[in-house]
Design a binder for this molecule. Structure first.
Ligand code: CP
Ligand code: NVA
Length: 309
């Protein structure tokens, strides 16, 4: 039996295949209970502080509703409103919050800030997206793939686009769960080399693989899961025009989907830019499961919270 209680949730690299599987199974059970109208107040009386210095729809709502459904309470702490935004340090914020809440969730730009928060906090810290990683999204993605494909091991997942936070967490999480991950990114926008090497080692040790290529067709060929994300992430708005040129040809559209396996599913963490990284036709098409995926943020979040807190 693995110990998840009290742990931080910062990178999927930090968890074993068995631990990730345990959280996926818990998410499936919590989802089934919820659908059956069974309440599960596993976190009665517990509180989660949620620091956001970036926008969010899915992450914020899923954590807040998730805490409520587990019998606890969540506090939305906008970076603009708390003293952090006026220069109070991360170590001070971590130690103060740790005296009052049972867990801290943070979405911010710098990954180092999350690591620093975790270093000083005495309660679990959950990474709800940094410029570097987006691990909670990938737990929901794994849950979605498991539901639609009935398994994880041996499936091919092709990610088409920016070698960003999503690409990094997919490489870690899906590689570790035994998927064959192929990332297709243009030169200059490839995933971080250190993350790639680490994710490849993780994958190898767990029966999966991680590969980075330039050709989106090579990645998509025979894939069971096609995944993409925006060309310009939060904080990169000023690069949007340059990026549009760099990523031309890196779109999931009907043509690319035809290169994938016959019953391939299409995932996107959302929000989406139709006509850029994905065509409207594919996003709204039969093979797209993006709204199941969005719903699964709630069930996956609850599994993370119930395990850690
Ligand atoms: N996918 C995702 O994290 O969405 P939000 O930015 O809306 O939270
Ligand atoms: N890569 C995107 C993901 C949003 C959920 C971003 O960081 O903005």
């Amino acid at each position: 039996k693995v110990g998840l209680r009290g742990r931080d949730f910062i990178s999927l690299h930090d968890f074993s295949q068995g631990e990730l599987l345990e959280m996926i199974h818990l998410a499936l059970a919590l989802k089934a209970e919820r659908k059956a109208g069974v309440s599960h107040p596993l976190l009665q009386g517990k509180t989660l502080g949620m620091i956001f210095t970036k926008s969010s729809t899915r992450t914020r709502v899923s954590f807040e509703v998730g805490m409520f459904q587990l019998g606890g309470h969540a506090l939305f702490l906008s970076g603009r409103d708390i003293q952090l935004g006026r220069g109070e340090t991360i170590p001070d914020t971590a130690r103060v919050l740790s005296r009052m809440v049972d867990g801290i969730m943070i979405r911010t730009f710098s990954h180092r800030e999350v690591l620093e928060l975790a270093e000083y906090a005495t309660v679990p810290v959950i990474n709800a997206l940094t410029d570097h990683l987006h691990p909670t999204q990938v737990l929901a993605d794994l849950l979605t793939i498991q539901e639609h494909k009935g398994r994880l091991k041996g499936l091919k997942l092709a990610y088409i686009g920016d070698g960003n936070n999503m690409a990094h967490s997919l490489m870690y999480g899906c590689g570790k769960m035994g998927l064959q991950v192929v990332i297709a990114s243009p030169q200059g926008y490839r995933p971080d080399a250190e993350v790639t090497a680490q994710a490849q080692a993780d994958a190898r040790a767990n029966g999966g693989s991680v590969e980075v290529v330039e050709d989106p067709w090579l990645a998509a060929a025979g894939a069971d899961v096609l995944y993409t994300d925006v060309w310009a992430s939060m904080g990169q708005e000023g690069e949007a025009e340059i990026r549009k040129q760099a990523f031309a040809g890196y779109q999931i559209n009907a043509e690319l989907l035809r290169a994938a396996a016959k019953k391939a599913i299409v995932l996107h963490c959302l929000p989406a830019h139709r006509g850029e990284e994905i065509s409207a036709e594919v996003l709204e098409g039969e093979q797209s499961v993006v709204f199941d995926e969005a719903e699964n943020r709630l069930h996956a979040q609850k599994a993370i919270l119930a395990s850690l807190l």
